[in-house]
Every structure is written in C-alpha cells, then in structure tokens.
Ligand binder design. Structure first.
Ligand code: GLA
Length: 726
C-alpha cells in the first residue's frame, strides 16, 4: 500500500519505493505538510515547532495562543487570508473584492489506480501500478470546496498533484490563482534549477541559489514557451548527477504557467507550480468545478540522474499513449529545410524517391501544401489542398509516396489563421482580436479562438477531410506565435479564455488520436516552444528545436533530458553550413546528435555527394540497430556541454546488457591532454565488448576511470561506442 492513513484519518503518508511524503490535518483542521524526501517511517510531526514569533498573525481559533501561526508553519495548500503572507497556492474571489479563504480538512478517500482529469491530460496507470488519495477541504465560509488529488506510482517514485475547486456558494465565485502543487520545506539549503531559452535555443540549464526572495519562471504567452520550460528542480546545495537530494515539479499543461521558489523569513523554502495567474480570472457558477492541471513530482536522494530517470520513465510509460508509445519511430525526410514553401509536386516526389533510395521510412510534406500558402502572409486556416501547386490531388501524392515503400506525413498548424485567407474573410471573429484595436501579429498570423467549440469543430472537420484523402501516417502539429490579444468575441468573461483555449486544443487532439489511432503525431511550436508533458499525452514526440545545428542541439537536448526521454525528442540531420547559425560540423556528428532523438533528415539529398549519401545510408542502418536502446534505455549525462571540452552522454538498456556511449568534441587544441569518458549505469563486475573494435573492458574500470577518447583532429569530431555485456 502506497498510501497509509493513521491517527483517526488525519495523518497521511505516501510511500514510494525510495521516498516518503507526509501531511497532517492538525487540531484546527489545517493541513500541514510534514515531510517529503528519502523514505522513512513513523510520524514526522515532531519536526514542527511552535513559538510566539514577532509580528505573526494567528487564525481566530487559536484564541490566546500566539505560538500557532500559518506565517511560518509548513502548509500543504496555502491560501490567502489566513495570515500566511508567503505566496498562496490559491486565491478565490468571492465578490466585492473578498479573497479570504481558510481551508479546513473535511474528509478523504483512498483508492487503487490513478485519477484522471476532465478535459486535461494526466499521468495514467493501472490499478496495480498506482493509488489515488483525495483530500477534501472546505472554506470555513462554506463558499468553496477544494479537493487535493494525489496520484502515486510507487515504483517510479512519482507523486502527481492536482486540485479541484468547487463553488459551494449561492453566487458566482472566481478562481484568481491556483498553483497545482505547493511544497514547503522546513529546513535545508537549496539551488533552483530551471530551463530558460529562446526560439532556436531552448532549455538551457540554469542553477541559482534559493535566496530570500521569490524567484519565478513562467509563461504569459498562452503556451508553455521557448523561454522557460514548465519544469523545475529544487536541489540540495551539494547535489550532483549521482548524489544528493532533489525535487522536481513538471507541469502537465501546454498553456501559460508559473513556477517559483524562495526562502522565507525563517529560512524555510516554498516551491510552487501552477497556472499563470495573469489573465486568469475564472468564473464559477454555483455548483461548477474548476480543474487545475496536474503537476508531476518526484524526489531523488541519489542525484539528478535518478530524478531524470523517474521523470523520463513516467513520461515514456504513463504520459505518452497509443500505438507509437512503445515503437521505434520512423526515420523521416522532412521537406522544410529542403524547399521551405517553394516546391511543386514533382519536387516532393523527387524527395520521396531520394528518401527511399537512402533507406528512410517516411516522407513528410511540411508547410506550403494548402490554400494560397507560398509565404508567411497567406493561407493558414484554408485547409484545402493546393492541387495546382502540387500538380495533382493529395490522394495521388499519398499513393505515389506509399508506392515507394514510404510512409507519408503532413504538416498542419490548426490553431492559426492568416488575415489573407478565405477562413478569415468569412469568419473574422474566429480569430482572437480586441475590438477597436488592430491585432498584434506574429509571423503575420492570428490565433484562432479555440476556446469556442464551433471553431474547434470547423477546423477539425476541414483537417479530417484532408487526412481522409489517403492514409496519412504522421502529422506534424505546429503552432508558431504567442497569444497576445486575449479576447474571445463570444465569451461573456475574458478571464476564462486562455484556460478554455487549452481545453479546446486538448479536445481537438483527443478526437484526432481517437479517430486516427495509428497516426503518429509530432508536436511543434517554432521548434520547442510547446515542449511539455501536456502535449506528450497526445503527441508522443515533439520537434525539439528549429535549430538543427548539432553543437547547439547538444545543449538543447542536454537541457531537455532532465525531464523528457529521448523517444520524445524530434531531432534531424540538416545540411552545412547550418541554416540557423552557419556552423559547419561533420555529417557523422550531426548523425550522432540526431540519433539521440526520434531521428530523421531535413535537407534535399540531391545537393549531397555520393559519399555523403553512402554515409547517410550507413547512418540509418546503424540508427536502426541502436534505436530500441536509444528510445527505451536509460539516459546518462556524462558531461556538461555548457562547460567543458566535450559533450558525452550514454544510453544503457534497462537490463544493462548493452550501452551506447556518445562523444562530441567541442574544443581542439595542439597536443591536448587525453579525455577520459567515465561511464555510468553498467553492471558492476561485468565486462563489456566494443561491438566495432572487439575490445573488452571491465565495467567497473569504465565507470571509475573511463574510456580514453582518441585525440581530436578537426572541428567537432564525434564518436559512438556500442558496448555489449559478455
Ligand atoms: C515552424 C516549424 C518548422 C517548420 C515551419 C513551417 O517554424 O518549427 O519546423 O515546420 O514552422 O512554417
């Protein structure tokens, strides 16, 4: 049993394989957080201290007792209006500006299996794999009921959290702020690890000390964003890859979010993650309920590597769904960097021909095949095939691509519209624009109002019409701007629009996955602008970045690996000089880097030499041999590509029978000292053979001293070593 309830139904303990989480409804019914960390037994209530601290306010029930204040006690789900002056997890507005909310414990339930959330993605698991704890709290005013949900997957050290807020008043109430997870730590010195970035340079690693101030990350863009990934880690100061305690929060949501951590006046740390508060003011009629998106939490007492393994395994097995979850993804050739929008049907068929000759599995027709789409200015919204440009019907194109023994994939951007489109001319109010103001454009496009069902339905229908023209094996779902004009022309209340928009997006994606269960969907948002666990529930892979330069990718993929498995990371080989940053890297290096993701090519093979084509054929053969190990093995970060002369990482199969070391040189110098790459994750006591050279290495020496790398010669050389246990 993962969940134990003691002390008359008031002490709640969640045990996973290696961690314990505990909270207690105290004598006032306030839910105090007692503990989260390494597995331990017994009550941790002794950790609480009570004192008459200067300037601390006391809830009314405490009478003359000034030693009880929520301004310093660790709370499970703090609200505004109780004397806790730190960041609240919940602000409800009861009308007339009143936002005092004082939640007290009412009752709880425990059940096998993992809760699901209405209209929102969530971690899923079988009755044997998971348990659910629901703790129901009521505001003392009687106007709101709040259910705290905990899902537990003990084997993976995963605890998920979500919150349901029900209006039990006679009047409308409003949700003004809700953080799905709050974590109060009584003691400890921490660093906050976050992943910041920008278009074409996503998920850079940042580690800063947690200080006496609130440090926030978030997105007010309507998407999870390139700028901050919705994932953060609170790490004990001394934590490394392989040692130390660290806590993760990962948001299962694709819209605006906010995360923060800070030390309070008594050196206690609070960490939170939830919806972006700005632009959220969600009205709830009497009896209505609001569901806060889920946060995945995990604790590792053995460093960041274990923490990442927990999150990666959770995403791979309990977030991604469908047929493709457990399958090696097809090697694709994407038309974007080959032709951009300047192509005709013959060009696409020629690409398909090349893809087949090179041994690829799929041809993907990217942007430009629909409406009057020849540049950024027109066409989005008009999801009908431009037969004139293609020189034939979509059905025929699909047929010919399939005839070459390839799968066929198509690009769409369903949430967008160009002003120069039939759709916009017919339904200008379907776009989010503010009356009386010129819209703010992004990539010359506007965002469709997916908070409206009729808009979602209409786009769904027009896209399905195309998908029904033949077997479309893959769909790239793109999204290429931020939402600025938050205004729905039919909503009575604009405070609900951004959240409802995401519900509309998820509704569309859910219907799509049900209607086309065999179709592989890849998420995308100008590359990795919506790379989050919410999207991964519908799209088991996401284009990781519009930056295809192998060296920048090493860093982008390194940051991504903290929370997401390689099987989710869309990664392609492109031509050199690279079209984003002009860098020249060897084809082998580009191949090795892209292999640590879903793998594919984004170039026109016709510009390649015969030698390069041969190298690509060999690359694909090798990738296919290694794909299971890469997609389903455990990922080890062996060096920090932000700091050092090389980037090294490895995959080890779950049974430790084989491993793949990847190494890319970042620096060259004359007469350079030898670099030793130290492995991890091998079976101690065993020996491993290099499948290419036949050399045999003792596992413990590989892990303690490492493997000497050949002296680098030339820029950015790379090496892959495949080891099998003997
Ligand atoms: C975005 C994507 C690219 C490509 C273009 C097409 O930028 O990230 O991969 O699909 O759109 O317009």
């Amino acid at each position: 049993m993962a969940i134990t309830v003691q002390e008359n139904g008031r002490l709640f303990t969640i045990d996973t394989k290696n961690t314990t989480y505990q909270m207690k409804a105290d004598r006032y019914g306030v839910l105090l957080h007692l503990y989260y960390g390494r597995r331990t037994a017994g009550s941790m209530e002794y950790l609480l201290t009570y004192a008459d601290r200067g300037y601390a306010c006391n809830i009314y029930d405490t009478g003359r007792d000034r030693t009880y204040s929520l301004d310093f006690l660790p709370q499970e789900f703090p609200t505004s209006g109780t004397g806790d002056m730190r960041s609240p997890a919940l602000i409800l507005e009861y009308g007339n500006g009143i936002d005092a909310c004082d939640l007290r414990f009412d009752h709880y339930t425990v059940r096998d299996g993992k809760y699901a959330l209405k209209g929102l993605p969530a971690v899923y698991a079988s009755e044997e794999e998971a348990q659910t704890l629901e703790i129901v709290m009521k505001d003392i005013s009687g106007m709101a009921e709040v259910t705290l949900l905990y899902g537990v997957i003990p084997e993976l050290d995963i605890i998920t959290r979500s919150v349901l807020i029900r209006n039990t008043a006679e009047e409308e109430i409003r949700v003004e702020k809700v953080m799905s997870a709050n974590l109060d730590q009584l003691t400890g010195k921490y660093d906050l690890i976050t992943f910041y970035g920008r278009h074409t340079m996503e998920r850079n690693f940042q580690r800063t000390p947690v200080a006496h101030m609130e440090q926030c990350i978030g997105s007010r863009r309507g998407t999870s964003s390139h700028q901050y990934n919705p994932m953060m880690i609170l790490a004990e100061k001394e934590t490394t890859e392989t040692a130390g305690g660290c806590y993760a929060m990962q948001f299962v949501y694709s819209g605006g979010f906010s995360g923060n951590a800070g030390k309070d006046q008594y050196d206690q740390t609070r960490m939170q993650m939830g919806l972006m508060q700005e632009k959220l003011s969600y009205p709830l009629a009497p009896g209505e309920e609001f569901t806060a998106p889920e946060v995945i939490m995990s604790f590792s007492g053995t460093g960041l590597e274990t923490l990442s393994h927990n999150l990666q395994d959770c995403i791979r097995k309990h977030v991604c769904r469908g047929k493709w979850r457990d399958q090696v993804r097809p090697v694709l050739l994407n038309s974007w960097e080959a032709y951009y929008m300047d192509f005709d049907g013959a060009d696409i068929l020629a690409l398909a021909e090349q893809a087949a000759l090179l041994g690829m599995d799929m041809l993907v027709l990217d942007d430009g095949w629909f409406g009057k789409r020849n540049d950024d200015y027109a066409g989005l919204g008009d999801w009908y095939v431009n037969e004139e440009k293609l020189g034939g019907k979509m059905k025929e194109l699909i047929y010919w691509v399939h005839r070459k023994g390839l799968k066929f994939g198509l690009w769409v951007e369903p949430e967008m519209v160009n002003e120069d489109s039939d759709l916009y001319r017919e339904h200008p109010d379907w776009a989010m624009t503010i009356p009386g103001r010129n819209p703010v454009r992004g990539r010359h496009q506007l965002v469709l109002d997916f908070s409206r069902k009729e808009v979602v339905d209409a786009i769904f229908e027009s896209i399905c019409k195309v998908l029904d023209m033949g077997t479309v094996d893959y769909l790239k779902w793109d999204y290429n701007r931020s939402i600025v004009d938050v205004y729905s022309h039919t909503a009575k209340d604009q405070g609900k629009v951004l959240y409802d928009y995401i519900l509309g997006l998820y509704d569309f994606l859910e219907r799509l996955t049900q209607r086309y269960p065999d179709m592989l969907i890849e998420g995308c948002s100008g590359g990795g602008g919506r790379f989050d666990a919410g999207m991964l529930y519908y799209t088991p892979q996401i284009w990781c970045s519009d930056n295809t330069d192998a060296i920048d990718r090493l860093r982008i993929q390194y940051g991504t690996s903290f929370g997401y498995p390689a099987s989710c990371v869309g990664s392609h080989v492109s031509i050199c000089p690279n079209e984003q940053n002009g860098r020249v890297t060897p084809l082998a290096t580009r191949g090795i880097t892209a292999m640590s993701g879903t793998f594919g090519y984004e170039l026109n093979p016709e510009v390649l030499s015969e030698e390069e084509k041969d190298e690509i054929r060999a690359q694909i053969r090798r990738r296919n041999e290694l794909a299971e190990l890469i997609h389903f093995g455990s990922y080890y970060r062996l060096s920090d590509p932000f700091d050092g002369e090389c980037s090294a990482w490895a995959f080890v199969s779950k049974d430790r029978s084989e491993a793949l070391i990847n190494h890319v040189n970042l620096e060259i110098h004359g007469n350079r000292p030898v670099t030793y790459v130290r492995m991890r994750g091998l079976e101690s006591g065993a020996a491993y053979r290099d499948t290419e050279s036949g050399k045999v290495y003792p596992a413990d020496a590989l892990m303690q001293v490492g493997l000497p790398m050949p002296a680098p010669f030339g820029d950015y050389g790379a090496l892959q070593i495949h080891l099998v246990k003997i």
